[in-house]
Design a protein around this ligand. Structure first.
Ligand SMILES: Cc1ncc(COP(=O)(O)O)c(C=O)c1O
Length: 342
């Protein structure tokens, strides 16, 4: 995309609205074009099978299921743990609570109660007070606890592994399951060096996305036990998510895992650079998302757009910047100098 800036020169627009905006690279398009395919509803797409096996293995789980979106992966993952009329506990600004349009209630009859943490972290003392055991016909029973790592609306915050281990221990002790929304688990892994299998060991089921920082055009997976995945396969079809020759999309995911995982460290460095320019403490920026407080978020967004940088308002006084595959070092430096003036 090109535009004529307020200064009159022909500049390229730098898009920091989301890491979902990445476009497939030429190399990715080439592997997609060559992918071996079959009908995946018949279980005959070899590239999808390869991706599912690889991602399950990365997290130390038995199986995985490829699907179009992270939202669908979350819905099927949570419903595998929580029956209609039961509840999942999660942080109040979790994607499952705030941004899936009530899907867990609308499709699965699942209710939610939430704790609030400004950085989306696990608040175990509050979780303990929220937890509701089976009380027969009196109270909604808690059957799962959900965590989001990294936490999108908390500015890409990483959940410390020790907090997650403590949560796992608590959940096992009271007999409830753990769901992890790992749409950006890759960023957490690269930022902390914690192996993906260690994150996998925390959760009974995970949802992971290929279409965020990894740069695939589409695709997410639910990861879990063979039984949970077999059941989710039926529910995916029931919800209209049975896909056919999607090896072309799975190939993009495999390519992203091979070539776009380690480079997330660059996105994190670019985010810190932007944070510094905007007066945000870079130490508070764990991964690729920066939240900037500004008295007039919409005014900031408009002025940045005028100067060739796209950012989004996520509240009346909060602006979000997200770095990704489509933002080079030079872009990050230019955006930093533009945003610093605002
Ligand atoms: C934390 C988190 N979970 C789930 C999703 C849902 O992914 P999708 O847009 O593929 O449905 C998103 C999307 O941004 C997200 O940020």
């Amino acid at each position: 995309m090109a535009r004529r800036s307020a200064r009159g020169s022909q500049d390229h627009v730098i898009d920091l609205r989301s890491d979902t905006l990445t476009k497939p690279t030429d190399e990715m398009r080439a592997v997609m074009a060559r992918a071996e395919v079959g009908d995946d509803v018949y279980g005959e797409d070899p590239t999808v099978a390869l991706l599912e096996e690889r991602v399950a293995g990365m997290f130390g789980h038995e199986a995985a299921l490829f699907m179009p979106t992270g939202s669908m992966a979350n819905v099927l993952a949570v419903r595998s743990l929580v029956a209609p009329g039961q509840e999942v506990l999660c942080e109040a600004s979790a994607h499952i609570a705030r941004a899936e349009l009530g899907a867990h209630g609308a499709y699965s009859g699942v209710t939610m109660r939430t704790w609030i943490h400004p950085r989306g972290q696990v608040d175990l003392p509050t979780v303990r007070t929220l937890f509701a055991p089976d009380m027969g016909p009196f109270f909604v029973r808690t059957t799962a606890i959900s965590v989001e790592n990294t936490h999108n609306f908390a500015g890409g915050a990483v959940l410390p592994i020790q907090d997650l281990r403590d949560l796992r221990e608590y959940a096992t002790g009271v007999g409830v399951a753990v769901h992890m929304d790992g749409a950006r688990i890759w960023n957490a892994h690269v930022a902390t060096g914690v192996p993906l299998a260690e994150y996998g060991a925390i959760a009974d089921v995970l949802a992971v996305c290929l279409s965020k920082g990894l740069g695939a055009p589409v695709g997410s997976l639910m990861v879990g036990s063979a039984d949970a995945i077999a059941e989710a396969r039926v529910w995916r079809k029931r919800m209209g998510g049975g896909m056919r020759q999607v090896g072309i999309l799975a190939a993009a995911g495999l390519h992203a895992l091979d070539h776009h995982l380690e480079r997330l460290a660059d996105d994190h460095a670019h985010a810190r650079l932007l944070a510094e320019a905007c007066g945000v403490d870079p130490v508070a920026v764990d991964t690729n998302i920066v939240v900037v407080q500004h008295a007039d978020a919409l005014g900031f967004v408009a002025a940045a757009r005028e100067a060739g940088v796209l950012v989004s308002a996520v509240g009346p006084t909060a602006v979000r910047l997200v770095t990704h595959l489509g933002v080079s070092r030079v872009d990050a430096e230019r955006a930093a100098s533009v945003l610093a003036t605002l």
